[in-house]
Design a protein around this ligand. Sequence first.
Ligand SMILES: C[S@@+](CC[C@H](N)C(=O)[O-])C[C@H]1O[C@@H](n2cnc3c(N)ncnc32)[C@H](O)[C@@H]1O
Length: 234
Amino acid sequence: MTDFISLPFYDLFQEDGHVPVIREKLPPLLAGVRRSILEIGAGTGLITTSLAEWTPAEIFALEPSAGMRAMLLSRLSGHPELLERVTVLPCDALSLDLDEPVEAMVMINVMYALEPGYRAKLWPVLASHLEPGGLLVFTWRPGGAPVPRPMRELTSRRVGRHTYRVSSEILSSADESFEARYVYQVVQGGKVIEEEEIAGHAHRPVWETIKGELEGAGFVQADAPEGLLAWRLP
Ligand SMILES: C[S@@+](CC[C@H](N)C(=O)[O-])C[C@H]1O[C@@H](n2cnc3c(N)ncnc32)[C@H](O)[C@@H]1O
């Protein structure tokens, strides 16, 4: 499993990245949810606190990475009322163990990190922990794996006297999987003072694959805005 994440950089770039789009598109899908939500790959909690704002539901925030969980718990401790309502599950999605089925599941920007064999096993596990009629929402982008391209800067942000810079390249690509390399740099006066490099494989299943896997696990597609897929158990 590669998640290409450099912990110090994560919130700095995601607050400006996918998070505002998700905060716009996700609330209408969760409009009727009252009792419980499982968030798979909760990360640092950027979406978790929003889920708690949009719904009165109890939240189970599943996150396997200890570093991401530390940031999630730090965020939650700044909202004491959420400590009553959010349970942090320190495991990966396939190891999910809940006392009772949940009403909804949300998985934002996690799919790329799931290997195809793991992902195929995951849907039946999720179905077994979802109430009848329950909702599963996740991010998905069409088009399959991106083609190889050279290193280029993706984005940068200033933090005091430093610039935090993220670059990436796509090294190879086959079917739904590709190999990428990310370089995270902290720059001071034109000089790189810290650098972290992360390389590994990521996955972007095409529509026919996702449809086959979800329907095979008993899900029925529901309406969702572009960039998200919604599925319900009958
Ligand atoms: C890009 S982050 C997204 C975090 C959060 N959902 C957000 O939108 O900010 C991907 C997260 O998925 C988690 N993850 C990776 N593999 C996972 C797995 N097998 N089960 C659950 N979470 C996983 C990573 O640890 C990471 O926190």
